[in-house]
Design a protein around this ligand. Structure first.
Ligand SMILES: Cc1ncc(COP(=O)(O)O)c(C=O)c1O
Length: 410
């Protein structure tokens, strides 16, 4: 009998996907299911990118590119850091990958030895733990609270750092909460990593989807739409951290290109050749077609379209936060970016899994239970993704309100 490796058989299922499958099964039975479970933007790639892909299709062949990615694309990404964040990054430090996922996998392969510990916050994106585990890394999952925006603090890092700790991985803005880490806290954590000859990985996949919603953290019942003063910035704005910080990003979210499988990372000077050797061996290169088309992401027209979609996301965020407050549930930390609301459902008396199962079965609305993202208080939260167009969101939240009323009346 075929024996599977324990690293494969012990992996927990990705619940967001599992609820997606349950939703599909119900749709196949003819039910009108509203899917608010997946972190996938409903808008596709910018039209110039789609046009560029059509043009590429007339080419005769599509050879492998360099393992580090097309040089023009690496330069365009470097230029994007300059124009969006006023940060100078040489193209030589940019590695194009098959999505942020491949970047995280390659970076884990480059930095993690068997038994090395890496500190992550709880809740957090579950796959980020799995990439590290795949290379023998052990994750120190540190509970966080809404008072700290569900992000690690510098104290969390220093208290949990031991002789086996090699680094810290932070997503900002994060999945499932959409909250960003305070800049000073991130910089102090980076300094601590540096002093310990460790690494700081910052997953900035949602950085360009900054929502600018004012902090409303749930005690009030009204949600305003005013824009925060400080825009979110990349950790790379702090040059002193460049020597030990790796930044992860992707075309999946801001550019709406999930299925194109394209992302990148910015690595310290000197790490590029390590990444090149790993990428050559493990992937050869990211998709040539997708890379060629992605060059069109950085045209003014594409960027204007992305900004327009972001404005739509802002409007949805405001709507969702108000609707959640109106049904008497709370968002304990206001999202700064991405398209997620992490909702405290304690008031219903249900666990997150019970809540999601019943909401799907009774009202045909799919959410993801907090259990997907960690252990600490996970059963009290569900994640709602507002990457769905507004009329479906409105309908979904109306159904959810009806459902919550039945729970809180029982
Ligand atoms: C925080 C975070 N990192 C990485 C990824 C993976 O993204 P990609 O599609 O670029 O592989 C996701 C996807 O949802 C995510 O939420």
């Amino acid at each position: 009998m075929l024996k599977y490796a324990s690293r494969a058989t012990t992996l927990s299922p990705f619940l967001a996907m599992a609820y997606g499958e349950k939703a599909t099964a119900l749709s196949n039975l003819g039910h009108d299911v509203i899917r608010l479970n997946l972190g996938e933007p409903d808008f596709g790639a910018p039209t110039p990118v789609v046009e560029a892909m059509k043009q590429s299709l007339s080419q005769a062949d599509y050879p492998y590119t360099s393992a580090l990615g097309l040089p023009e694309l690496r330069s365009a990404i470097a230029q994007f850091y300059k124009s969006q964040h006023n940060v100078d990054i040489p193209a030589s430090r940019i590695v194009v990958t098959a999505g942020a996922s491949a970047a995280l996998l390659l970076v884990s392969a480059a930095l993690v030895e068997n038994g090395d510990k890496v500190i992550l916050g709880d809740p957090s994106y579950p796959c980020n733990r799995r990439f590290l585990n795949t290379f023998g890394g052990e994750v120190t999952l540190v509970p966080t609270s809404s008072e700290q925006q569900f992000q690690l603090t510098h104290d969390d890092v220093t208290h949990n750092w031991d002789s086996k700790t090699k680094g810290v991985l932070i997503a900002s803005p994060a999945n499932p909460t959409g909250t960003a880490i305070a800049q000073e806290e991130l910089y102090s954590i980076g300094e601590t990593c540096k002093q310990n000859d460790g690494f700081l990985i910052v997953d900035e996949i949602y950085l360009n989807l900054d929502l600018g919603i004012e902090d409303t953290s749930s005690s009030t019942n009204s949600v305003t739409n005013s824009v925060k003063q400080a825009p979110l910035n990349t950790v790379l704005a702090n040059e002193t951290l460049h020597s030990n910080t790796i930044v992860i990003n992707s075309f999946s979210k801001y550019f709406g290109m999930t299925g194109w499988r394209l992302g990148w990372c910015v690595v310290p000077e000197g790490m590029t050749h390590i990444m090149e050797r790993l990428a050559q061996n493990l992937f050869i290169c990211p998709s040539t077609l997708a890379q060629q088309a992605a060059l069109a992401c950085f045209t003014p027209e594409s960027l204007a379209q992305c900004e327009q979609k972001k404005a739509q996301l802002r409007a949805r965020a405001t709507f969702v936060l108000q609707a959640i407050a109106d049904m008497g549930l709370s968002i304990d930390a206001t999202p700064d970016g991405a398209f997620y609301a992490y909702i405290n459902i304690e008031r219903t008396g249900l666990t997150a899994v019970e809540f999601c199962d019943r909401l799907l079965a009774e009202e045909y609305v799919a959410l993801t239970p907090g259990d997907d993202f960690g252990d600490h208080n996970a059963t009290r939260y569900v994640r709602l993704s507002f990457a769905t167009e507004i009329s479906r969101l409105k309908e979904g939240l109306t159904r959810m309100k009806r459902f919550v009323e039945t729970c809180t009346c029982e």
